[in-house]
Design a protein around this ligand. Structure first.
Ligand code: URA
Length: 238
């Protein structure tokens, strides 16, 4: 398959080093080289494999960016609620310039794993209901965990709107604590599942998505790029 090509000014801007306008100016000043040759026109295109330099320094171009973040409470995953801070504000300046969005949202009061990317096709595929991508959460309940939940969640909880959930795997971790794995993503799904069971979620933390686990070394609000293995695991669902 032919490698994807991107304009040089867009590549440079995507690294956060400078704006596209400044990249054009740098090219006019003969500061940009593509595979050794000076380029004065930044509409020239390069692939991930080409050698692009600015002032003699290599520019590492990756078409897509994948970030794992341990989302803290109080932040939202989309711009729908302008009164709340958005998770992108926790990223450094260069990453904030990229059009990154979260693959599947967490509620404002939910913590844990979110994956931020600009890879629209991958996000679309992972969120597709037909893919049944597994997501696991740890939770704390208001009332004690009941034995009856195992059968109820395995057979398919009926939500307040009549929707019958696909079977979910439950594990008890304490008197009021547990873990759950679901393979769909309805609005407020876990909270509504426990409401249907006559209980209430007090805290909710996502710990994995499609085989990618939250890195325990990440404190709340910290993030890091996905490793190549983690990105490959996500792409395995494509
Ligand atoms: N289910 C919920 O109820 N909330 C979340 O944030 C994620 C899943």
């Amino acid at each position: 398959m032919e490698k994807f090509k991107e304009r040089v000014d867009k590549i440079i801007a995507s690294t956060g080093l400078m704006s596209r306008k400044d990249a054009k100016r740098a090219a006019a000043e003969r500061r940009i080289r593509l595979n050794g040759a000076v380029i004065k026109d930044t509409s020239a295109k390069a692939t991930e494999e080409d050698e692009l330099t600015l002032d003699g320094r290599k520019i590492l171009y990756k078409r897509y960016t994948y970030i794992m973040m341990n989302k803290p409470k109080g932040y939202v995953c989309s711009t729908d609620d302008p009164s709340s801070p958005i998770v992108n504000e926790l990223l450094d300046e260069a990453l904030q310039r990229l059009p990154l969005f979260s693959i599947g949202r967490l509620d404002k009061d939910t913590t844990g794993l979110i994956i931020l990317t600009n890879d629209g096709p991958l996000a679309h595929s992972l969120l597709s209901p037909s893919k049944h991508v597994e997501k696991s959460y740890e939770f704390e309940l208001e009332d004690p965990f009941e034995d009856g939940y195992f059968e109820l969640f395995e057979s398919g909880v009926v939500l307040d709107d009549g929707y019958v959930c696909l079977p979910a795997k439950l594990t008890r971790l304490g008197e009021r604590r547990g873990a759950i794995t679901v393979c769909e993503g309805k609005y407020h799904q876990i909270k509504r599942m426990f409401e249907s069971a006559g209980n209430r979620i007090c805290t909710l933390k996502r710990i994995s998505i499609g085989g990618v686990k939250l890195d325990e070394a990440l404190n709340c609000a910290e993030y890091r790029p996905l490793t190549d293995e983690e990105a490959a695991a996500l792409k395995g669902h494509f």
